[in-house]
Write a protein that binds this ligand. Structure first.
Ligand code: GAR
Length: 213
């Protein structure tokens, strides 16, 4: 059984998608938020999952907070740490500690539009497609070996909210898929690239067609 801890900062819809996926061989042990008022904590509790708030404002700095966070996470001995709308920059030490076992989802087709306000910036740039990326976390922000991406069209008349909603639907499909692959030990990182062992043709890491069942 692979043990999963999920970090959130807010709504928690990606966390919920992963929990609802009921991935065989995996168990979400805890959901931890750096914001005590995160809606996702309530959702986690409603599933009977340990929900912990660790307020970053109570710590002197990033290193102190990340050390406390890692201590809290490690109480649950996770095989995989999942960042699901976790909106804090991570210290290098924290990233190193979870190297190769920490995934993040970002609402753009990386390496385009790292950072914040991705949908607004995509619309402003006039791109015709947008999307989302699940990747392993490295110290550089919104970078790291890419596991899976999904693409959506940017439609005439789209605003930030309509595009965000279209992308979010895809996030809810590809994040459980990426976690499932990790749990099945099928993700191989080589030279900064991820291959999915024994993937069905067409589902190796992009996802306009359906992800694997
Ligand atoms: C998601 O769109 C996720 O991709 C994004 O925050 C949202 C969280 O929603 N993450 C980032 O921007 C990280 N850089 P959720 O709390 O409902 O899952």
């Amino acid at each position: 059984m692979k043990r999963i801890v999920i970090l959130i900062s807010g709504r928690g819809s990606n966390m919920e998608a992963i929990v609802r996926a009921q991935i065989p061989g995996a168990q979400v042990q805890a959901v931890i938020s750096n914001r005590p008022d995160a809606k996702g904590l309530e959702i986690a509790r409603s599933f009977g999952i340990a929900a912990v708030a660790l307020d970053h404002k109570a710590y002197a700095g990033r290193d102190e907070f990340d050390a406390a966070l890692a201590a809290e996470i490690d109480r649950f001995s996770p095989d995989l740490l999942v960042l699901a709308g976790y909106m804090r920059i991570l210290s290098d030490g924290f990233v190193r500690h979870y190297a190769g076992r920490m995934l993040n989802i970002h609402p753009s087709l990386l390496p385009c539009f790292t950072g914040l306000h991705t949908h607004r910036r995509a619309i402003e740039a006039g791109v015709k497609v947008a999307g989302t990326t699940v990747h392993f976390v490295i110290p550089e922000l919104d970078a790291g070996p890419i596991v899976i991406q999904a693409v959506v069209p940017v439609l005439p008349g789209d605003d930030e909210d309509s595009l965000a909603a279209r992308v979010l639907k895809q996030e809810h499909r590809i994040y459980p898929q990426a976690v499932r692959w990790f749990v099945e030990d099928r993700l191989v990182i080589e030279n900064g690239r991820v291959t999915v062992r024994d993937a069905q043709a067409g589902s190796e890491g992009w996802s306009v067609p359906p992800v694997e069942d």
